[in-house]
Design a protein around this ligand. Structure first.
Ligand code: FES
Ligand code: FES
Length: 845
């Protein structure tokens, strides 16, 4: 240990630190500064841990605490109160905060920037925040927020976000100020008296038999292995095939398998103890390719006579498209706190389905559901990657074993190793059209590497098949998809859920057919676009809210202008289900509870993962009740039986929105009747049970539609994206824009720079820059056009928007690239293109 002295926010501090201990750990763990976050320690590549050292911005995770000796450290909490308030006001007004995990670091950077450059240009702001990764926003509204802050600091009047409002209002994010300033608690920020810290031992081998686990050299308060699990050791969202621990005598199936978990007095001790656990393996040959794997599931769609239709087509295109595995890169690595609460166990989880978490944890521990309370705190992004249980069961077990609170937080490396990824797929397509360019048939064979465990892989491949014809009417379809189990990291839910991969392939076919026909790509899409009365991939004849043609019309002026100016412009359409559909019974549940202080707690069964659900639901409650926004307190926990399953399938607004309308209508009715609502509770519930399996009449309740353009500059770099989206009804237009901008950020990464190769079953890199998520200076401007084709089954006409934003992006980019250099690219990411090469992210150094 060394003793380090420095000044922290104006106060002299003397603290003991381990030699080489990162300053970030010292500040968070011993000085209690939780506005700085750990997104990637020790990489120094996300910026979430930014501090000012002697007035200069530095990432504190990559700096040993000793190096801070004698220096002045300033965190966001240490800048003047008025400055903090102004920063929060401006970021919230610009809707420049979503999950909020990255924002305190960026806000501190903004404070520093504007102090030295009071009137920065937009590109100066962009360059200044290039050291920061934001996975949610696409940076555009962050830059807006910093511009606003600069204006306010110059004394100009600025417009605030609306503090209250119903449907259609640009209302400020629920607890947005606290998120900006790092005052809203994330799980890793929690401390408790006597709390233990945990670490896990992961298998280094994708496939190996565990011969022996020797824990004798590990110095820990508790060590858990398979032998300590009192209940059901395997869990899963669809199939219970995922072991919380791999037992002696069993085989590991991927490099994220947990062999043991330890609890110790602090995180460092826990990690040191974990390193001293000796595991003997018999290394076995893993299955790492589709050919070596085994079939988990098949989905088949057959409509009409494809062979005949193709034989009679004027033009046919064939080809193989391949897409890559990518990492979600939510900025907050998985974290869980489990603590005894009387004779129950309280879990703080950032999962996408806390009721599923509770069910699996209770079974794992062999206790009843009532014995487990789960609360969702802030979630630093998820994008599908926090659906499966990760470390919640391990933290829960250690808390039971020790009868003490236990915190388990993964490092970035462990996070990348453990949670499911986006499926890499191969997509063999054959598509025909007649001489007028009307599609005649689609034949598709789709194969996805679903990795080690089932997760929701079979549903992703089902979804891929169900979106295989894209946003187009096709009478004849012969589609088969297969999910293949291997020893690669599991693939599961990720924003788009299989629709992205098939979109890349079908849109490529559309471009090729348009060329063969000599028809403009926009016109070709217009002729084939889904509309009322036309048939979706699954066989459903669409009856309502098909806004695709409106999105095509909305981009047309931009498309024509780009062409007039001689610019290269790619175009793609997209479709994505809102709600699971395909015969699933889906429920939305909400509860309004009038508390004794007059506030109204708004509970619902879905998670807030940065998308803004809690704000949206509150706006709906405001719209129905007429009460002020500030009166509501949105909460996500298991106090009430509001189980709705995972926050997935772009369905939370659809289902919880309907449930909130139900509850709020009852409350309004009481108000109108003059009934005192103090202490009353209002239940809301909605059920969707009329969808049919694929091939039936109504496979989906609602579908979202989009058309996107990719415009290149003279050098072949991406100059601009245009995104027209049918959102049904924009309950909060600023949030809709933010979802689309953030999705396009992710979609451009998917198109150009992001990949997670796993040679030998192990991720090739864990570094954020190498994983390829775009930085602010990589991000082009995005023109968002919101189209509102009201969905009769959606709350106030709304339909889900969480995923579709990136469904057409890669295809629009591919179309533009082909026009630029004549190369039709069929493999993602399109790294050889000038557009990709000009990006800062995505190059393995
Ligand atoms: S945690 Fe320091 S840069 Fe990411
Ligand atoms: S708001 Fe930036 S990572 Fe979520």
């Amino acid at each position: 240990m060394v003793t380090v002295e420095f000044r922290l926010n104006g106060t002299s501090i003397r603290v003991d630190a381990r030699a080489g201990e990162p300053l970030l750990e010292v500040l968070r763990n011993r000085c209690g500064v939780t506005s700085i976050k750990d997104g990637c320690q020790p990489q120094g590549q996300c910026g979430a841990c930014l501090v000012l050292i002697d007035g200069q911005p530095k990432v504190s995770c990559a700096m040993p605490a000793e190096a801070a000796a004698g220096r002045e450290i300033t965190t966001l909490d240490g800048i003047p109160e008025a400055e903090q308030k102004l920063l929060a006001r401006c970021f919230v007004a610009a809707a420049g905060v979503q999950c909020g995990f990255c924002i305190p670091g960026i806000a501190l950077r903004a404070h520093w920037l504007i102090a030295k450059n009071p009137s920065p240009t937009r590109s100066e702001i962009t360059r200044a925040i290039d050291a920061h990764l934001c996975r949610c926003t696409g940076y555009i509204k962050i830059v807006d927020g910093i511009e606003l802050f600069a204006r306010a600091r110059r004394g100009e009047a600025i417009e605030d976000a609306q503090q209250s409002g119903g449907v259609g209002a640009r209302v400020a994010r629920f607890r947005g100020d606290d998120l900006v300033l790092g005052r809203k608690t994330f799980i890793d920020d929690i401390t408790r008296p006597g709390m233990l810290h945990a670490a896990v031992v992961l298998s280094p081998h994708p496939r190996a038999r565990v011969l022996r686990i020797d824990t004798s050299k590990a110095d820990a308060i508790a060590i858990a292995t398979a032998a300590d699990v009192p209940g059901k050791r395997h869990y899963g969202l669809i199939r219970d095939d995922w072991p919380g621990f791999v037992a002696v005598g069993e085989e590991t199936r991927y490099v994220g398998d947990v062999i043991a978990a330890v609890a110790a007095v602090d995180e460092h001790s826990a990690r040191e103890a974990a390193k001293r656990i000796e595991v003997e393996y018999e290394v076995l040959e893993p299955a790492l390719t589709i050919e070596q794997g085994t079939v988990l599931s098949r989905t088949s769609i057959v409509r009409g006579d494809v062979a005949e239709a193709l034989a009679n087509s004027a033009h046919v295109v064939r080809g193989m498209w391949t897409t890559q595995r990518i990492e979600h890169l939510f900025l907050e690595p998985e974290s869980c706190v489990a603590e005894p609460d009387g004779d129950k166990l309280k879990i703080f989880s950032s999962g996408q389905g806390i009721f599923d978490d509770r069910r699996q944890i209770a079974a794992f521990l062999g206790i009843t559901l009532d014995d487990v309370i789960v609360e969702q705190l802030s979630s630093g992004g998820a994008f599908g990657g926090k659906e499966d249980l990760s470390i919640q069961a391990h933290a829960a077990l250690l808390a039971r074993m020790t009868n003490r609170p236990v915190k388990l937080t993964l490092t970035r490396e462990e996070s990348v190793r453990m949670h499911p990824k986006r499926h890499p797929m191969t997509l063999e397509y054959e598509v025909g059209c007649d001489a007028r360019g009307l599609l005649t048939a689609v034949k598709a064979r789709i194969t996805g590497d679903t990795g080690a465990y089932a997760s929701v892989g079979e549903k992703v491949l089902e979804r891929a098949a169900g979106h295989a014809c894209g946003a187009y009417h096709v009478e004849n379809a012969d589609i088969e998809s297969r999910a293949i189990t291997t020893n690669n990291p599991p693939s599961g839910a990720m924003r788009g859920f299989g629709a992205n991969q098939t979109n890349f392939a079908i849109e490529g076919c559309i471009d090729l057919l348009a060329q063969k026909c000599g028809i403009d790509p926009w016109e070709f899409r217009w002729r084939n676009a889904l509309d009322i009365g036309r048939v979706f991939s699954t066989g459903q004849v669409l009856e309502k809210s098909v806004g695709l043609k409106k999105t095509l019309l909305a981009v047309l002026p931009h498309y024509e202008q780009a062409k007039r100016e001689g610019r290269v412009v790619g175009i793609a359409c997209g479709v994505k289900n809102s709600g699971l559909g395909n015969g699933a019974r889906e429920v939305g549940r909400a509860r309004l509870v009038v508390e004794c202080d007059g506030t109204i707690s708004l509970y619902n069964g879905f998670s807030e993962v940065g998308q803004g659900l809690l704000t949206i639901l509150t706006q709906i409650a405001v719209e129905v009740t007429g009460l002020d926004f500030a009166r509501f307190r949105a909460k996500v926990d298991t106090t009430y039986a509001l189980d709705c399953g995972q926050t997935t399938g772009s369905r939370a607004t659809l289902l919880s929105g309907r449930a909130v309308i139900d509850a709020a209508t009852k409350l309004r009715r009481d108000l109108d009747a003059g009934i005192d609502i103090a202490g009353r509770e209002y239940e809301g519930e909605t059920v969707i049970d009329d969808t049919t399996p694929i091939g039936g009449a109504k496979t989906h309740t609602a579908l979202g539609f989009a058309t996107q353009l990719c415009v290149l500059d003279e050098q072949g770099r991406i100059a601009k994206m245009v995104a027209a989206h049918d959102v049904g009804r924009a309950i909060n237009p600023a949030f809709c824009e933010g979802q689309i901008e953030g999705s396009i950020h992710m979609g451009l990464g998917y198109a150009l720079t992001e990949e997670l190769p796993c040679p030998g079953g192990m991720p090739a890199t864990f570094k954020l820059l190498e994983l390829g998520a775009l930085r602010a200076s990589d991000m082009p401007p995005v023109d968002v056009i919101l189209v509102e084709d009201r969905e009769p089954e959606g709350p106030f006409g709304a339909k889900g928007l969480g995923e579709i934003g990136l469904v057409p992006t890669a295809a629009a980019v591919a179309g533009a690239l082909e026009q630029f250099d004549g190369i039709r690219r069929t493999t993602l990411p399109m790294k050889s293109s000038i557009a990709a090469q000009s990006m800062r992210a995505g190059h393995i150094r």
